[in-house]
Ligand binder design. Structure first.
Ligand code: SAH
Length: 340
């Protein structure tokens, strides 16, 4: 199978071109066409010789997934369903906010982690995305945005990014590549359900990104009920690993806490949460649970949400609420399950 253009860093493409008997500076030109000029048609890359263009056509694929459907919610959130080369489909979500455009990308088709409150879990894990499939989402989103700048990237779509570690990391290198997307490290967030070995590896990888951790309960038994991964990697282990992570990474960790009515919002939950986040330099992002079909859970009311927040006000961590975006098109957190 031909390698896909979107799986190369500029250095790797330069090596590949040398292998093909070409001068390595051609890689720079090619990156310029594709990433700066948004040109994917080899015939229009006029600074490259005809000979090189036909060689490239024979050796490298420039194919992108197809956007099958795009839905827009009243708040401007756009959800796209993408068709991969095989029969699989994934979703990505583009979220505009004041002066910012955030893309929420998928790292796997489905997910193996089986969190009880999440729609993607119901699919099971079908497969990992390859590097080009991860990068393609960003490329397609930029095409969609046109003149508007894509400012932030979050690996919070379908899948567990740290379960697809190598491909996710290679994608991050391309995203940060000066000749490709030039994303600054603080504009890329990897969100994990708490894959402890992956967090430890990321810490010492030398690659800088922001880390978000889906906590959802700081009580071990409750977290195990919500997130089976917690049986394998306990809260104690998670905390130890995050402390280690912070020795290598300059950014504050974000804890995501999905608020489930009557389940993780009581006095004991708050006490445990305070103790857990108190030891780590972090931000806390509260996410009122978004409904998924056939679930036992309920979303909190506005009053319950405010009450919960009040009880955390004196904590010395930045507290934010992630208002549901695009719920009516099932584009909000935990509602992604391709095929709908
Ligand atoms: N696997 C990664 C990234 C995907 S989930 C992770 O677990 O972090 C992205 C975020 O959506 C997580 O914080 C998760 O807790 C949250 N989430 C999942 N289902 C949700 C739902 N139904 N409502 C609100 N948030 C949800």
């Amino acid at each position: 199978m031909m390698p896909n253009f979107f799986s190369f860093t500029s250095q790797q493409l330069s090596d590949k071109l040398e292998e093909m008997g070409e001068r390595s500076f051609r890689a720079k030109q090619l990156f310029n066409w594709v990433y700066q000029k948004q040109q994917l048609n080899l015939q229009k890359m006029t600074s490259l010789s005809e000979d090189l263009r036909s060689k490239l056509a024979d050796n490298i694929s420039f194919k992108l997934p197809k956007i099958i459907t795009g839905q827009v919610a009243t708040d401007g959130t756009r959800k796209f369903l993408l068709q991969l080369q095989d029969a699989n489909k994934i979703e990505m979500v583009l979220i505009p906010a004041a002066g910012k455009n955030t893309l929420c990308i998928s790292s796997q088709v489905g997910c193996a982690r089986n969190c009880r409150f999440c729609a993607t879990a119901k699919m099971g894990l079908l497969r990992n995305l390859d590097v080009a499939e991860i990068i393609s989402q960003v490329y397609l989103a930029k095409q969609q945005l046109g003149e508007n700048k894509l400012t932030n990237l979050v690996f919070m779509g379908m899948g567990e990014p740290l379960d697809n570690y190598e491909n996710m990391m290679q994608a991050v290198r391309i995203l940060q590549d000066e000749l490709a997307f030039k994303f600054s490290p603080r504009r890329i967030t990897i969100s994990t359900s708490g894959v402890v070995p992956g967090i430890a590896k990321l810490a010492v990888s030398g690659v800088k990104v922001k880390l978000a951790v889906s906590l959802n309960s700081a009580i071990q038994t409750k977290r195990e009920y919500l997130m089976p991964i917690s049986r394998k990697y306990s809260l104690t282990k998670l905390k130890q690993t995050l402390k280690k992570f912070q020795r290598y990474n300059p950014y504050r960790i974000t804890f995501e806490y999905v608020l489930i009515k009557g389940f993780n919002m009581g006095k004991k939950d708050i006490k445990a949460l305070r103790a857990f986040v108190g030891e780590i330099s972090c931000k806390l992002n509260l996410i009122p649970w978004n409904p998924i079909a056939g679930s036992e859970f309920k979303s909190p009311t506005e009053v319950e949400l405010n009450d919960f927040m009040k009880q955390l006000m004196d904590l010395r961590v930045a507290l934010t609420v992630r208002r549901s975006r695009g719920t009516e098109i099932d584009a909000a957190c935990g509602q992604l399950a391709a095929g709908s």
